[in-house]
Design a protein around this ligand. Structure first.
Ligand SMILES: Cc1ncc(C[n+]2csc(CCOP(=O)(O)OP(=O)(O)O)c2C)c(N)n1
Ligand SMILES: [Mg+2]
Length: 736
């Protein structure tokens, strides 16, 4: 049957009875392996047929990779170890316990497709009960996540109380399970080793001695590009051999006995805590890359025939016959059973219900916890502070309150971990403990003192690699940790863009709510720094507000920063938390410590000042500038400005905007980013669309020039919107 699982216990029993085994595999296990490999190939063939009949919409095969998958699955434990496979891992998933019916549900895009409910292409595996984690189509993004997954397993083993459930925040909806000797499997093709994230992942796994098995399935092609073009010298094993703490294997991946034995050794190395393993398996790709590709355009027949001679399915069949494990009749029986099963599965899958159109909005965000709800709306309670502060206590800066909020939440929730560049007090912690140095705690000191209070496994420096920060955090978040990571400057967020656009915010939606990664990414953003120049002043928030599933927050004052950050940490969705550098220590917007439970709900704007003549919609560092301009306009021209601070940029508070514009009939959107295609464009379009009949004047925008930010302060002043620009625009709008 295509659903048969191979029982690893058989190995031990047979050995005890003196039965012949093959590297520990019994005859029965090899028969089962054949059944699965044959089934895997036949599911591919069936899908190819259905694609030609236009009954499915995409096909990518696992052909040629079957022996690799089955051997790995036999050596590892479904639902115990963790799996970050890639699209060629059909046989792995079947051997772990997924069924051919489930796979065919994916091919037709059925509502009950367990991988994605018809949202992803077929062969994008995700089986929650088996610990097979959702994957995207982006090659290589899974590798850093696998590293984070392994880190989470180790963390929970060391902090078992952190795994406990808690009410009232994301933990209520996040079951954690872990095993002290678990391993994380991650696979990729030879071409994908060219991605930088692959190297970042090897680096961290090696340095941290993480129990990750990297399985490179080398079929010598990445679509049409051969391995010698991808890999210097043509052999990835040679290039990675210098990474310390690894167990390396370079094997024939077309023989399940070889792959099983190799994975046994790799897993033993990982489970013993020695570090990661690297299995470089030479496989074949007997079909083209996918059904959208015709390999005859770039591979001659001779080369394809040489591949065919190593085909793992006939090869295992010959082996079984040669060893007398099965005779021809036995083989035929298995194949017939598999064929009949797959035929029946395909018929059932084609008749399965498809998803209802109205479900498309499901699981963009958590269906369980709404961070805009009353639960996240609390009042400042200065008297409730842990360190005895009282009302009338000194006003704190935004930097102070962010630091205090992080500290409070780390005390409250042992799942919170913090990492990023320079966020630790001192990686060589003995220097601080012996009082030789004070410690740094972030280039802006926002995480100061946290490593000293909570220890180096909860607050630590990462390598200088932004994709690694977000990718590892995503893997950790998937396992139930709450990483609150820092990107040092918004200007350098771009290496993490793939993780921030294609991974973190997509995990829940693409897995139809089977997986989630409610991670917080804190980012220092913005200009007005006098000398910050092009690479320390950028905004660009609209690039992220354009991404569904990501909550984007941008506070303008200390109290909001504290309340919104706490909501971000307790919430069940990924949050991009933008902290304006210029506001960190500004006099404007300081506030006393509001207590350890102060929260501001997401998606609720703040009325900075009420007014009647025009509405200004803004956020971040433009808020104090707009306020200054509005006060001057009132003083000098008796124009009453209603000033709205959005605080949350996605989702944003449309109701507050609409109510205000209906009252004032004039709207100005002010933002620090460059004007064109900026955040204000969406708000302006929506006002024009939905409030047209309420407008007495065109919707206006004030923003930075369509340039970068210059170093010379005179230029910076011209480029970024100033109070004087806002004053002028407000006055013109009022007079229109
Ligand atoms: C980041 C990214 N770039 C490009 C693609 C398009 N693409 C899909 S598979 C593939 C080739 C992958 O080759 P390899 O890693 O060797 O795996 P194989 O398909 O050979 O098993 C490419 C270029 C993608 N999915 N993701
Ligand atoms: Mg390849």
């Amino acid at each position: 049957m295509a659903t048969t699982k191979v029982d690893p216990k058989l190995t031990e029993q047979s050995r005890a009875k003196g039965v012949k085994t093959y590297q520990g595999l019994t005859s029965q296990q090899l028969i089962d392996a054949y059944r699965i490999m044959f089934a895997s190939r036949r599911v591919d063939d069936r899908e190819i047929m259905l694609k030609r009949q236009q009954k499915v919409f995409f096909q990518i095969s696992g052909a040629g990779h079957e022996a690799m998958g089955v051997g790995a699955a036999l050596a590892l434990k479904a639902g115990y170890d963790w799996f970050y496979p890639y699209y060629r891992d059909r046989a792995l998933c079947l051997a772990l316990g997924a069924t051919s019916y489930e796979m065919l549900l994916g091919a037709v895009g059925a509502a009950d497709d367990p991988c994605s409910g018809g949202r992803q292409m077929p062969s994008h595996w995700a089986y929650k009960g088996l610990n097979v984690v959702t994957q995207s189509s982006a090659t290589g993004t899974q590798i850093l996540q696998a590293v984070g997954c392994a880190e989470a397993g180790r963390y929970f083993a060391k902090h078992p109380k952190a795994a406990e459930k808690a009410e009232g925040d994301y933990r209520q909806f996040k079951d954690v399970q872990f095993h002290g000797d678990e391993v994380t499997y991650v696979s990729l093709g030879d071409g994908t080793t060219s991605e930088g994230e692959f190297w970042e992942a090897l680096n961290s796994a090696s340095n941290l001695r993480l129990p990750v098995i990297f399985c490179v399935q080398d079929n010598e092609y990445a679509i049409s590009v051969p391995v010698e073009v991808q890999t210097a010298g043509g052999n990835i094993s040679r290039l990675v051999s210098g990474f310390p703490n690894f167990h390396f294997e370079e094997i024939d991946g077309t023989d399940p006995v070889v792959t099983y034995a190799s994975f046994k050794r790799a897993a033993a190395h990982c489970r013993a805590g020695h570090g990661p393993a690297f299995v470089h398996a030479h496989v074949i790709r007997p079909y083209s890359h996918s059904l959208s590709d015709d390999e005859r355009l770039y591979r001659p027949d001779a080369e394809r025939q040489a591949d065919a001679a190593r085909d793992p399915v006939p090869r295992l069949q010959m082996f079984l016959l040669r060893e007398g494990i099965l005779d021809e009749k036995g083989i035929n029986e298995i194949e017939k059973e598999v064929e009949e099963q797959i035929q029946a599965d395909a018929d059932r899958a084609l008749a399965a219900a498809i998803p209802q159109p109205e479900t498309i909005y499901n699981y963009v965000y958590s269906p369980d916890l709404d961070p805009g709800s009353a639960q996240f709306d609390t009042q400042p309670a200065p008297e409730a502070t842990a360190d005895g502060k009282r009302p009338g206590a000194p006003a704190k800066t935004m930097a102070d309150l962010i630091n205090t909020t992080l500290r409070d939440e780390m005390r409250r929730d042992e799942r919170v971990v913090i990492f990023g560049e320079d966020v630790a007090d001192c990686s060589r912690e003995a220097y601080v403990r012996t009082k030789q140095v004070k410690g740094k705690g972030g280039v802006f000191k926002l995480t100061s003192g946290l490593q000293m209070e909570f220890g180096s496994d909860r607050v630590f420096n990462s390598p200088l690699a932004e994709a690694s920060i977000v990718g590892r955090a995503t893997g950790m978040g998937t396992r139930g940790l709450k990483p609150v990571v820092e990107i040092q400057f918004f200007d350098y967020i771009w290496p993490a863009m793939m993780q921030l656009r294609d991974e973190l915010p997509t995990i829940r939606w693409r897995s139809n709510n089977a997986f989630s990664a409610p991670v917080v990414v804190r980012v220092a953003i913005g200009g007005y720094l006098t000398g910050g120049a092009i690479y320390h002043s950028q905004c660009g928030e609209s690039i992220f507000t354009h991404t569904p599933g990501l909550r984007v927050v941008f506070p303008s004052n200390a109290l909001d920063a504290a309340g919104l950050l706490r909501t971000a940490i307790r919430c069940d969705d990924p949050v991009l938390f933008l902290e304006h550098k210029r506001l960190y220590r500004e006099t404007y917007g300081r506030a006393p410590y509001p207590g350890p439970d102060y929260m501001v709900p997401f998606g609720k704007a703040k009325l900075v000042q009420p007014g009647t003549d025009l509405t200004v919609i803004t956020y971040g560092a433009v808020v104090p500038r707009a306020l200054q301009a509005a006060q001057k306009l009132e003083r000098e021209h008796q124009v009453s400005v209603e000033l709205i601070d959005l605080r949350c940029l996605s989702p944003f508070d449309w109701d507050a905007i609409a109510a205000s514009v209906k009252k004032t009939n004039r709207a100005l959107i002010a933002y620090e980013d460059s004007l064109s295609w900026g955040y204000g464009a969406e708000i302006a379009a929506r006002i024009a669309d939905q409030l047209f009949h309420h407008l007495d004047a065109p919707v206006k925008r004030v923003a930075a020039t369509d340039t970068f930010v210059a170093y010379q302060p005179i230029l910076e002043d011209v480029i970024l919107p100033q109070a004087s620009d806002l004053f002028r625009a407000m006055k013109e709008l009022a007079e229109f």
